[in-house]
Design a protein around this ligand. Structure first.
Ligand code: 0A1
Ligand code: ZN
Length: 851
């Protein structure tokens, strides 16, 4: 059990480790409860360090023996590691420890999942495997010998000798311990190969449990596409003889980029037409790309310390988004990413958990794998690319790889590369890394009709966030264009840079007052406040040349309508409904884009919008309005829905590509609206006959949403009860779509289902996470949702602190709500915090949320 006494670690306190490691040799003698790990490590004094304290991290290890240069030593051991007197000269450390993988429910270090051994070492899990300086700036080559009776024994790097009961691996690239991995199990591989641009053949494998072999082909293609893309776009080639991916059922996160041996949550790699939705396919492709891209941005160049996490994560998310744009549709990817940013990052940045993209302090680093570090981190890189331009960006990246290959680098190094290669001063831009909070950019317009002069007055400000009262102006790239009143674009997109709290921009020589299209492509992660009415929004929806802003105008119309329905009991706005009809029937737009336009903002997002406006969101009213708008859309489009449904049935074999999934999206939206009008025939027929999960699952969702799903829910379970990933969907759907007053009861009943397993993070998230995602259900005034989630977080914490702590974020927006709900949530937060032996992870999260 971890010590819950909070200890804060600061960026400013960084000092290098006193020793450098030249090589690491590890031997694993696998056993479920008594695995022995032998380590032999060559240390020498670090010329760049002054402090020679020889402290090795180690947690939950049984020390069997320790020697320095062959002589037994007696280290002083605590819960966190050991200290021993070490020479001020090169020496060899050898130790033997014992660990128990089968009782490791935290899924950190070496653990077991379905009888297979696997590891998760990022961020600080290696210290649960052996004593080691477990920090990313200590890099070394690893030679590993695994002894075990499993058929497949894998580690990082290239394979060496192997035989009955053993295998050796050797990784020629220096790496920090967090990239170490080991897998042992009776696995089956899906093999393939890739020839790099310089002609090296790389063996590729996806390793899965028997029975999952037929779900590897898509992931393999995504891997090969990623390898090719990174060569073509960034000039980055793979650097080992082999690349292995392993699918694991019990995993806290999505996947992990261990050198040459990526380990994936099985939900993020296994894919088949029958069991995966289009959204699953797209996600899997993106995650495979993300982990692969880490080989250069993360592994070859790693982070000096965990405060620099965004150095690898922001850049790698940015790269995987570029990849998805290239593989699929650029505007659709951008819109999807902004929806996700607003849903996950904005609430974080505007609430008690707000932190800079590069945090300056933490108690538990696992709590900082956040939307801010990842997604806002990627937005910051996107802005940098916009500011310096396409060619200068790639030139800077070339310099980054050249200068820092093999390094554990910092954000300062990253910025320096851009300054050196472009000659720009980026010190003000760097505030994006140090200042938390979402900036607001307000725009006022001035039209001088007599002289044809149009002026935009910009101002920027950021509200105080925890620990940061004062905010300085940032560099904000605003991409904008102008349209003439007739709809024609007179000024195509160009980028202006806001650098002051207030700034103006003038256009002259105009014949008529133009309509500005601002923040095109969402050129900066800010909240834009502009003088705009529904006529102007409808105009932009019809005429904007920027696909992002066209979508944004439609979304703003929907948002405005919903807000009026919620606050003023208004009827749905005809301007919105007509605009929607125009877009949905516009055959020149691609189906995926039309599918996106047909959706309106989620209930959670509306709660955020209301709260931004200074209103207290009422979850029940929001839910009712959202339902009513759906019905109004169905009425407005009623005459075209059957054709929309029929015309968008993809023809030919199922393909999870942009075109096929776009059509299915649109057809499913039509099916769902027809159901709103009482016609369930399409949903019933589609549920019964679908040959793919996208169509089967959407049909099921429609039936459940309309209160007609009982039979289908049962049939779906009977059909899929052996497939754990599909059954996760089955758990999630029933809870996500439960009526507000039933959500907690439905969730509670499902936690009693024989297939519920709290130790499996995917199943736990599918159940309790779905409750937190059912906005009106979770926030039902009874408080039953809050209490149930708190009960389960308290139960999970001793088993799996990481997943528990992440799920505490469900409460982060608690101050948005009315006094009654706030009191109910606060009581639950305090109850969790008062739990004896609460983990450091959960303790930090709840304390920060309480503020
Ligand atoms: N680096 C991985 C994410 C990851 C982080 C932590 C983990 O365990 C605590 C696992 C995975 C990525 O960005 O994909
Ligand atoms: Zn990553």
């Amino acid at each position: 059990m971890r010590d819950a006494a909070p200890q804060t670690i600061y960026l400013k306190d960084y000092t290098p480790f006193g020793y450098v490691i030249d090589s690491v040799q590890l031997t694993f003698k696998l056993h479920p409860t008594e695995t022995r790990v032998l380590s032999k490590i060559a240390f020498r004094p670090n010329p760049e360090a002054t402090d020679r304290t020889f402290f090795l991290h180690g947690e939950e290890l049984k020390l069997i023996s320790a020697t320095i240069d062959g002589k037994e030593v007696s280290p002083s051991v605590t819960d966190e590691g050991l200290t021993v007197d070490a020479p001020d000269a090169p020496f060899t450390w050898e130790a033997e420890v014992e660990i128990s993988p089968s009782t490791n429910t935290a899924l950190e270090g070496l653990y077991m999942s379905n009888g297979m051994y696997c590891t998760q070492c990022e961020a600080e899990g290696f210290r649960k495997i052996t004593y080691y300086p477990d920090r990313p700036d200590v890099m070394a080559t690893f030679d590993v010998r695994i002894e075990g009776s499993e058929k497949v024994l894998l580690s990082n790097g290239n394979p060496g000798a192997s035989g009955e009961g053993f295998a050796e691996w050797s990784d020629p690239w220096k790496k920090p311990a967090y990239l170490f991995a080991l897998v042992a199990g009776d696995l089956i591989n899906h093999p393939d190969s890739f020839t790099t641009r310089t002609g090296t053949d790389v063996e590729l494998n996806i390793w899965v449990r028997p029975g999952d072999e037929d779900k590897c082909a898509f992931g393999m293609q995504a891997l090969k596409d990623s390898m090719k893309w990174d060569e073509d776009v960034y000039g980055r080639e793979y650097d080992l003889d082999i690349f292995n991916i392993v699918a694991v059922d019990d995993f806290n996160m999505g996947a992990m980029e261990n050198k040459g041996l990526n380990i994936f949550n099985s939900s993020c790699v296994l894919a088949s037409q029958a069991t995966s939705t289009d959204a699953d396919f797209e996600r899997i492709e993106a995650i495979i790309a993300h982990e692969y891209f880490h080989n250069w941005t993360g592994n070859r160049i790693t982070c000096r310390d965990w405060f620099q996490l965004c150095l690898k994560e922001g850049l790698t998310v940015f790269r995987d988004a570029q990849f998805t744009s290239d593989m699929r549709s650029e505007p659709v990817k951008r819109i999807d990413d902004v929806i996700a940013l607003r849903a996950r990052q904005f609430p974080e940045d505007q609430g008690p958990l707000s932190h800079p993209v590069r945090p300056e302090e933490f108690q538990e680093i696992n709590n900082f794998y956040t939307a801010t570090v990842y997604e806002k981190g990627a937005e910051v890189i996107g802005m940098l690319k916009t500011l310096v331009g396409h060619d200068a960006y790639y030139k800077a990246l070339d310099l980054y790889f050249e200068r820092h290959d093999g390094d554990a680098a910092t954000i300062e190094d990253w910025i320096q590369v851009f300054e050196d290669s472009t000659g720009r001063d980026l010190q003000q831009f760097k505030r994006w890394y140090s200042q938390s909070g979402t900036p607001k950019v307000s725009v006022k317009e001035e039209w001088d009709a007599e002289n044809g002069i149009f002026t935009l007055h910009f101002s920027q400000s950021t509200a105080p966030t925890p620990g940061q009262d004062i905010k300085d102006p940032r560099v904000i790239p605003i991409a904008l264009g102008l349209l003439a009143p007739g709809g024609k674009e007179t000024h195509p997109t160009h980028v202006i840079e806001l650098t002051h709290a207030e700034q103006s921009l003038t256009f002259d020589g105009l014949d008529a007052r133009p309509v500005p299209s601002l923040l095109r492509g969402f050129s900066a992660p800010v909240i834009l406040e502009q003088e705009i009415d529904n006529d102007r929004r409808a105009f932009l929806l019809a005429n904007d040349t920027d696909p992002f802003n066209r979508w944004e105008a439609g979304g703003d119309l929907a948002r405005d309508t919903l807000i009026n329905m919620i606050l003023k009991d208004a009827a749905p706005s005809p301007a919105y409904l007509h605009g929607l009809r125009r877009v949905v029937t516009d055959e020149s737009l691609d189906p995926a884009y039309r599918g996106l336009m047909i959706q309106h903002p989620s209930e959670t997002e509306l709660a955020g919008t209301l709260s931004d406006m200074g209103e207290i969101p009422d979850p029940t009213k929001i839910h009712i309005a959202s339902r009513a708008l759906l019905a109004a859309k169905a009425e407005t489009l009623s005459d075209i829905l059957p054709a929309l449904y029929a015309d968008n049935q993809p023809t030919g074999a199922y393909k999870p590509d942009a075109e096929g999934s776009g059509k299915r999206d649109l057809a499913n939206a039509a099916m769902s609206l027809m159901a709103k009008l009482g016609d369930l025939s399409h949903a019933k027929a589609q549920f019964a006959s679908a040959d793919n999960m996208t169509q089967q699952f959407e049909a099921l969702a429609v039936l459940v949403r309309e209160g007609q799903g009982a039979e289908a829910v049962k049939a779906f379970y009977d059909q899929w009860k052996e497939d754990r990933l599909v059954i996760n969907k089955w758990f999630g759907l029933q809870i996500s779509l439960a009526e507000p007053e039933d959500a907690a009861k439905v969730t509670e009943a499902l936690t009693q289902h024989p297939d519920f397993d709290m130790k499996n993070p995917n199943r736990f998230r599918a159940t309790l996470g779905a409750l937190a995602g059912n906005h009106a259900g979770f926030h039902h005034e009874s408080g039953a949702g809050y209490a149930l989630l708190a009960d389960w977080l308290i139960k999970l914490d001793p088993l799996n602190p990481q997943t528990t702590a992440r799920m505490c974020t469900a409460f982060q927006t608690w101050k948005r709500y009315d006094a009654g709900r706030q009191a109910l949530i606060k009581a639950q937060l305090e109850r969790i915090l008062a739990t004896p032996n609460l983990s450091r992870d959960t303790n930090e999260m709840i304390s920060r949320i309480l503020g």
